[in-house]
Design a protein around this ligand. Structure first.
Ligand code: ZN
Length: 138
């Protein structure tokens, strides 16, 4: 596989509005989208910095993945997301290499991307997301 760039960093926050205030008023970034991903039980806020985005994640349910993460580890960096080309092919290749996959098939994520997660046990402890832009042109 070849990761082309860091697509985004996912950051778990306890309070989305307080976190947005920090990124806007202290870091001078602009929140350009807020989106609820029902499937993941999160509300997300997006910022762009260069080619990379920051994805703030607030849980909408205590037993969702972000709710559990915050309960265990507190707020903070949750995952790193790399852009790849050919997500399904990449997943097949990684599986062959013995990398533990959380998602064996791409699924829809925020911002219309196709995404899949790799297990932190196989990635040096960092929850890793792979994203691909769906090919709408073709
Ligand atoms: Zn993400």
């Amino acid at each position: 596989m070849k990761a082309t760039h860091i697509e985004h960093l996912g950051i778990a926050v306890a309070n989305l509005q307080a976190a947005i205030d920090y990124y806007e008023n202290v870091l001078g970034l602009k929140c350009y989208a807020i989106e609820e991903v029902e499937d993941q039980r999160v509300r997300t806020a997006f910022f762009k910095i260069g080619q990379t985005k920051i994805e703030l994640l607030e849980s909408t349910s205590p037993d969702g993945p972000i709710g559990k993460f915050i309960e265990k580890k507190g707020a903070g960096i949750h995952h790193i997301a790399f852009a790849v080309e050919g997500l399904q092919g990449t997943l097949d290749e990684l599986k062959e290499k013995g990398i533990r996959l959380i998602d064996e098939k791409p699924r829809p994520g925020a911002e219309g991307l196709n995404i899949a997660f790799l297990h932190p046990k196989s990635t040096g402890g960092v929850l890793t997301e792979l994203c691909e832009k769906p090919n709408r042109e073709k």
